[in-house]
Design a protein around this ligand. Structure first.
Ligand code: GLC
Length: 728
C-alpha cells in the first residue's frame, strides 16, 4: 500500500524505529495511542471529555480532534513532546468536510458538477488550508451511498450512484493526501462511515441498516474500496448495525472485508463514542465487553469513548484481548505519524506565517466561486413573453429579492462547515448588487426558515408588486440537514411555502433560488414557478456563484446525483431500480404503481438544464455482439441547438436484460463532458467491455454473464437514446 507516496510497510528503517519505540512503551502508553479525544473547542457528538490536556501529559491520550490553528496546536504538541515520558507527537484530526476556513459547496452539491478534477482540487485546497491551521488528518471523504433524502447526511455524500461515488472517492483521497503525507500542504484522509451508514431504515439517522450481502457488496461497499485502493490511510466505522452487528464490533467488515479481501494497511478509528453505543445497541452487556469486541473486531482507535483507556489493560490481564493486537494497532497509528513527518518535525504543521498567507487566499476564494458555479443545477427555465426568464434580461430594472436565505451568511455554508467563517460569506444580496449596479434591488426577508411567523409577508408582497421580477432565496438553513437532521416531510420548512404562494399571487414572474442540503419535495413549485435554480449550500462564495448563473456570466451545467421525489411517499426512489414482475402499465390495474402519484420522480438522476439546448443523435455501436474482454465502441453526436455556449455531461448507462439474479433497469457506467458553441456538433466515443458489466451473480461471484444488453446515452437517466448488443 502506497500512502501519500510513502509505502506504509516498505520502510524497514521506519519499522525498526517504531519497534524500538514500542519496546520502551508501557501498556498504558500504548493504549494512549489508541485513544482520541475532542478538545473543548468544538462539539460534534453527544459528550465532551474534560481533562484531555492531563491525558496528553500522562500519555493516556495520543490523538486529539476539534483542536486547530497553528498556535493552539503548537502548544498542545509542545506538551506532548516536552512534558510526556516518550515525547510521541500528537495526531490532530478535524472534520474538514468541504473546506476548513474557506468553505466550498457541500459534497452533494459539488458531486453535481460531475467534475473529478474540481473535486480533487477542492480537497487539495482544503488540505492546504487545514494543514496551515495545524491539522494533520481530516475525517473525510464521506462516501456513504444514499437513496433516501429524509436522511440529513445525504448532504455530506455523493448521492445515489455507486459508480459515480467511487470516482469521487478516488478524487478526494488524491486531493487530500497528494503524493507525500509529510508535505505540510496535505492531510491524512479518512474514508467513512464504514459501512452502509447511508441506508438507515426510514431515513432516520443512526437507525438500523439491514440488507443482503449482495446489495451491500454491489451498491454500498465499492466507494469505500475505491478510497482504499486510492491509498486512503484511515477508515472510520459507522454508528449503524449491519445484519444485527454494530459496525464498530463487526469483524466481517473490519477483518474479512477490509483487511483480508481489500488488504487495507492503515488504521481504523471509531465514530464518536460508537464503541460505547454497542451497549444500547444490545450487542454488549457493558462498555468493557464493548471494548473487547471492538478491539477483537479490528478497531484500532477509540474516538471519544474512553473505553480503551478505561478497560483495555484489564482485558489484557484477563486474556480477553491479546497484547499482540494492541501492538498491531499501535504500530499502524505510529506508522501514520511517521508518514506525516511528525517524528522528524512535530511542529511542521504549526507555521503561523504559512497559516496567515494561506487562509482565505485569492486561490481559495476563486476556487470556492468556481466550484459553486459548477454545482448549481438548473431545474426549470420557462419563457415569459417569448424569452426564457433566465439569464436575467439586461433590461430588468427593478428586482425584488425575497426570502430568508437572500441576505444570509452562515446558512449558505451548509452542514459540517468546520471552522468556516460566516462573516466571509458573500450573500446573494451582496453579489446581485455587485453584478447589477444599474438595477434597483429591493430586499425583503418575508419569513424565517423555521417559524410560521408571517408578519413579513406584507412587505415582501409589496416589494414583489413594485418589481419587474422576483428572485426568491428559500430552502433549508444549515441545521436542517447533516448529522442528526433527518426530516419526515421534505417541503420548504417554516412558512416559506406559504410565502412562495403569496408572492406567486402577485402575478410577477418568480425565479426560485433553492438552497438546501437535500432534494426537497417541490411539486407545487415545479407546477407554478417558471424558473427554479437548485443551488444547494455553496459555501463562502455562494452569492457570487449564484449571481454568475442568474446573470448568465456562467451557463449552468450541473446534473443531479440524487433523484428528486414527487413526494415523501415515493421514497426510496432512485434511477437504478429493479423492473419487478409487474412493471407499471397504464392499461393494466395490476401493475406496480401508486393510486395517488406517478411512479416517475419530479427530476431524475443525471438531470440538469442549460441556457442552451443539447440534442443527442446517431447513437451507434461498433458491433452488435462482443466477446468477453472485447471492446464495444459507442458513439453519439451531440449538438448545441441554442444561443449559448454550454457544457453538457453526456451519460452512458447499460441494462443487463437477464441475469442469474435480477438486474437494475439502468446502471451508470461512464460520462463525458463536452463544451459546444451555438450550432456546434461533436461526435464522442465511449468504450465498454465485459468488465464493465460485472455484478454479484447468484453464486456471489463478481463477473459478467453472457446475454442481451441495452446501452443508453443521454443528458440524464430518463431522456436517452438506446441500442442493443449481446455479450457472448
Ligand atoms: C460525528 C460524525 C463523524 C465525525 C465525527 C467527529 O458524530 O458521525 O462523521 O467525523 O463525529 O466529529
Amino acid at each position: 500500500m502506497v500512502l501519500g507516496g510513502i509505502s506504509l510497510y516498505g520502510q524497514e528503517n521506519v519499522n525498526r524505529k517504531i519497534e524500538a519505540l514500542m519496546g520502551k512503551m508501557t501498556l498504558e502508553e500504548k493504549i494512549g495511542q489508541l485513544t482520541l479525544f475532542t478538545s473543548g473547542w468544538d462539539q460534534t457528538g453527544p459528550t465532551l471529555h474534560d481533562g484531555y490536556k492531563e491525558d496528553v501529559k500522562s500519555g493516556r491520550c495520543g490523538n486529539l480532534f476539534n483542536a486547530h490553528t497553528a498556535a493552539y496546536n503548537r502548544e498542545l504538541q509542545r506538551i506532548a513532546i516536552e512534558e510526556t515520558r516518550l515525547g510521541i507527537p500528537l495526531l490532530f484530526g478535524y472534520d474538514v468536510i468541504h473546506g476548513y476556513k474557506t468553505i466550498f459547496p457541500i459534497p452533494l452539491a459539488e458531486a453535481c458538477s460531475w467534475d473529478m478534477a474540481l473535486a480533487e482540487k477542492s480537497a487539495h485546497l482544503a488540505a492546504k488550508e487545514a494543514a496551515a491551521g495545524g491539522l494533520h488528518w481530516t475525517f473525510n471523504p464521506m462516501v456513504d451511498i444514499a437513496r433516501d433524502p429524509r436522511w440529513g447526511r445525504i448532504a455530506e455524500g455523493t448521492g445515489e450512484d455507486t459508480w459515480l461515488g467511487s470516482q469521487i472517492a478516488v478524487a478526494k483521497v488524491k486531493g487530500y493526501q497528494g503524493n507525500d503525507l509529510s508535505d505540510p500542504t496535505t492531510l491524512l484522509a479518512c474514508v467513512k462511515h464504514f459501512a452502509a451508514y447511508g441506508a438507515p431504515q426510514a431515513g432516520r439517522d443512526y437507525h438500523t441498516v439491514d440488507m443482503s450481502e449482495r446489495v451491500l457488496r454491489e451498491v454500498y461497499l465499492p466507494p469505500y474500496k475505491a478510497a482504499i485502493d486510492a491509498g486512503v490511510g484511515t477508515v472510520m466505522t459507522s454508528f449503524n448495525e449491519l445484519d444485527g452487528v454494530p459496525a464498530t464490533g463487526n469483524d466481517f467488515l473490519m477483518e474479512q472485508i477490509l483487511r483480508k479481501e481489500w488488504g487495507f494497511e492503515g488504521f481504523v478509528v471509531t465514530d464518536y463514542t460508537s464503541i460505547n453505543e454497542m451497549v444500547p445497541h444490545g450487542f454488549s452487556k457493558d462498555e468493557k465487553q464493548a471494548g473487547e469486541q471492538a478491539l477483537n473486531a479490528g478497531v484500532d482507535m477509540d474516538m471519544q469513548g474512553a473505553v480503551y483507556q478505561s478497560h483495555l489493560a484489564q482485558l489484557v490481564k484477563e486474556n480477553k484481548v491479546k497484547i499482540t493486537d494492541i501492538d498491531q494497532a499501535v504500530f499502524r497509528i505510529l506508522k501514520m505519524k511517521y508518514a506525516l513527518g511528525l517524528f522528524d518535525d512535530p511542529y511542521r504543521y504549526s507555521n503561523e506565517e504559512r497559516e496567515k498567507n494561506t487562509l482565505f487566499s485569492k486561490e481559495m476564494m476563486d476556487h470556492a466561486r468556481e466550484a459553486g458555479r459548477k454545482s448549481i443545477v438548473l431545474l426549470k427555465n420557462e419563457s415569459i413573453e417569448g424569452r426564457p426568464l433566465l439569464p436575467l434580461a439586461k433590461s430588468i430594472q427593478k428586482i425584488a429579492l425575497i426570502g430568508p436565505l437572500a441576505d444570509n451568511q452562515e446558512d449558505l455554508l451548509g452542514t459540517w462547515h468546520a471552522a468556516g467563517d460566516a462573516s466571509k460569506v458573500v450573500t446573494l444580496k451582496q453579489a446581485l448588487t455587485d453584478a447589477l449596479p444599474n438595477a434597483t434591488i429591493t430586499y425583503s426577508q418575508g419569513c424565517s426558515t423555521e417559524t410560521d411567523n408571517r408578519d413579513g409577508f406584507g412587505p415582501a408582497m409589496d416589494a414583489a408588486k413594485a418589481a419587474d421580477v422576483v428572485i426568491m432565496a428559500i430552502g433549508e438553513n444549515y441545521r436542517q440537514s447533516g448529522e442528526a437532521a433527518s426530516r419526515s416531510e421534505l417541503g420548504l420548512p417554516g412558512a416559506q411555502q406559504a410565502l412562495l404562494e403569496a408572492i406567486y399571487q402577485t402575478g410577477k414572474p418568480v425565479i426560485v433560488v433553492l438552497m438546501a442540503g437535500r432534494p426537497l419535495t417541490i411539486s407545487w413549485m415545479h407546477d407554478h414557478v417558471p424558473a427554479i435554480v437548485n443551488t444547494w449550500h455553496l459555501g463562502t462564495m455562494a452569492g457570487p456563484a449564484i449571481a454568475d448563473v442568474l446573470t448568465g456570466a456562467y451557463n449552468p451545467s450541473g446534473k443531479l446525483v440524487i433523484t428528486f421525489p414527487r413526494n415523501v411517499g415515493q421514497i426510496p426512489i432512485y434511477y437504478n431500480m429493479k423492473n419487478t414482475g409487474r412493471p407499471f402499465d397504464a392499461k393494466n390495474k395490476y401493475t406496480s404503481k401508486y393510486l395517488d402519484v406517478d411512479n416517475t420522480p419530479l427530476y431524475p438522476f443525471g438531470y440538469g438544464l442549460s441556457y442552451t439546448r443539447f440534442k443527442y443523435s446517431n447513437l451507434k455501436l461498433s458491433k452488435s455482439t462482443i466477446g468477453f474482454n472485447e471492446d464495444l465502441k459507442v458513439t453519439i453526436t451531440i449538438s448545441n441547438d441554442g444561443e449559448y455556449t454550454g457544457e453538457e455531461t453526456a451519460q452512458l448507462y447499460i441494462r443487463d436484460l437477464v441475469g442469474s439474479v435480477t438486474r437494475p433497469v439502468k446502471e451508470l457506467k461512464a460520462f463525458q463532458k463536452v463544451v459546444l458553441q451555438p450550432g456546434e456538433s461533436k461526435t464522442i466515443s465511449f468504450y465498454l467491455r465485459s468488465d464493465d458489466l460485472r455484478f454479484y451473480t447468484r453464486s456471489m461471484e463478481y463477473k459478467a454473464e453472457a446475454g442481451d444488453f441495452k446501452v443508453f446515452v443521454g443528458g440524464d437517466s430518463a431522456d436517452v437514446l438506446e441500442a442493443d448488443f449481446e455479450l457472448k
